[in-house]
Ligand binder design. Sequence first.
Ligand code: HEM
Length: 511
Amino acid sequence: MVIFFGKYVIIKTPSNQLGLPPGPTPLPFIGCTIQMLLNRPTFRWIEELMAQFKTPILCIRLGPSTHVIVVSCPNLACEFLRKQDIVFSSRPETLSTYLVSDGYKTTILSPPGYQWKKMRTILVHDVLSPPIHKCLQPKRDKEANHLLSYIHNQIEKHATPTDSGLVNIRETSHHFFGNWIRMMIFGTRFFGDGMEDGGPGEEETEHVASVFTILKYLYAFSIIDFFPWLGGKIDFDGHKKIIRTAIQRVRKYQDRLIDERIQMWNEGVRKVKDDVLDVLINHESPKLTAEEIKAQILEIMLAAIDNPSNAIEWAMAEMINEPTILKRASAELDHEVGRNRLVEEGDLPQLNYIKACLKEAFRLHPFAPFNFPHVSMKNTTVAGYFIPKGSHVLLSRPGLGRNPNVWMDPMRFDPDRHLDVEGKQVVLSDNDLRMLSFSTGRRGCPGVVLGSTITTMMLARMVQGFTWEAPPNESVIKLDENDDGLSISTHNFKEKKYQFSYVHLVILIYV
Ligand code: HEM
């Protein structure tokens, strides 16, 4: 222990003239770990510290040597992710990221280097390229149609003579985004048979639930992340076991399909590329191994369900509570699309109010409290503070999106703030980091077009297809956050559902 103490404290303590950003005084060797453990959830503790120190940049030392730097102001955020983008382009190497990426074979979680560059290039130039995006549109259309028939079936199932039915928006959006990403990657909505009403079977339910478990524990301030020498030996807070089990649960469905498909190509049974898996298997120079494909597909699953489903849930809840907003969104659809056909992807550029509603949901209600960490690759200075090599930089998503110096009346859901007076198209991203939806810079999200398309499509179809209102006997939906995260607390919901009645469903395409 003394050896470790000596090693970490004496060798790794920064010896720079400039000070670190403000923050609580760390104890030798353990830093602020005990305070962190006593103050779960950690993101609320960090929020309180930032308020207490009255600072938009905070430094907390965890363990013997990790400086966690938290930022809540756009100018500073741009210093990190734009001005010094290269310096902060690494990722933390933790046990959970190692396990999820299968030893850093993927894009999101890998530190910069040959493997990250290779996988990111394949994603950008192949998987997410405009031609592939276009080729895969029929699959997205199929899922957008399926969404309507699924909701319609829910109404039929739950409706009574006095009550037009309840729909659980959280389940519906998890289901929809799980469906479309499985459809895009594997060409199939279901791993098993699904349910008769078009809903998820037990396979899909387990798959999506396990994806959310991995996300919850991926960077969960685990003790072993800050005391790396514990890794692999003691599972101090049980996170390692949870994440291992969740990875196994997701991969047992996916990996079987990947192996079967590779065999089909090897045997010449499959000849035409029809989905993302075909694209990855047939990639040449460099050819990908089965392990790389499996790890990358797991990572795409992690990228594709959480943010959009959370934005839909909050946007719908806020819009139901503010019927004039819902009416304006519906009027926009009437004006731009009409009532004789369903909204299609080609209509999305014109749906600025719908996009503004979504952007407002991303601003005010991000899925996660922090952007995935960026790690500094060398000692540097930001805003006059010393930032040591190896620091974990976390952009606070609510800190940016709810910053009162940036946004007027920040807690109000007001889509108008995103509309351009000159009528410029609304986009869901913000490269100036006044809010964090897709982030920016070399580690920024390469899935902006795809993510924006599917999220906007889901909201547009839901607003066009049905008339929504709060559950019976509840005048509004309570918009409290969960105790341990930023999603809507389900405690307050009667039967945990939102009610709607459908009124002007114009065409329903059953698929
Ligand atoms: C609404 C949907 C989505 C949102 C809001 C979103 C948001 C984000 C954010 C905030 C990051 C972190 C950026 C950073 O570290 O600074 C990210 C990274 C990433 N996203 Fe997305 N994303 C979405 C959909 C997708 C989709 C559909 C894909 C791919 C199929 C994707 C692929 C990636 C990848 C590969 C990275 C990591 C890039 C890197 O580290 O080099 N995302 N995304």
